[in-house]
Design a protein. Structure first.
Length: 53
């Protein structure tokens, strides 16, 4: 019996370029990092993606 954990990736998209920042199984941790990016007024937008491993 194998249990797969969902893996998430935080990506910043700016000027048609994607930059992966972090990979984690904890969605909440990445959500906090995404909000920190928004508050920093850094260029681009951050999104959390579900990736398969």
């Amino acid at each position: 019996m194998s249990t797969k954990k969902t893996v998430y990736q935080l990506v910043v998209v700016a000027k048609d370029q994607e930059t992966p920042l972090r990979v984690s199984t904890d969605h909440r941790h990445l959500e906090l990092e995404r909000q920190r990016h928004i508050r920093s007024l850094a260029p681009g937008y951050a999104e959390i993606r579900e990736i398969s491993k």
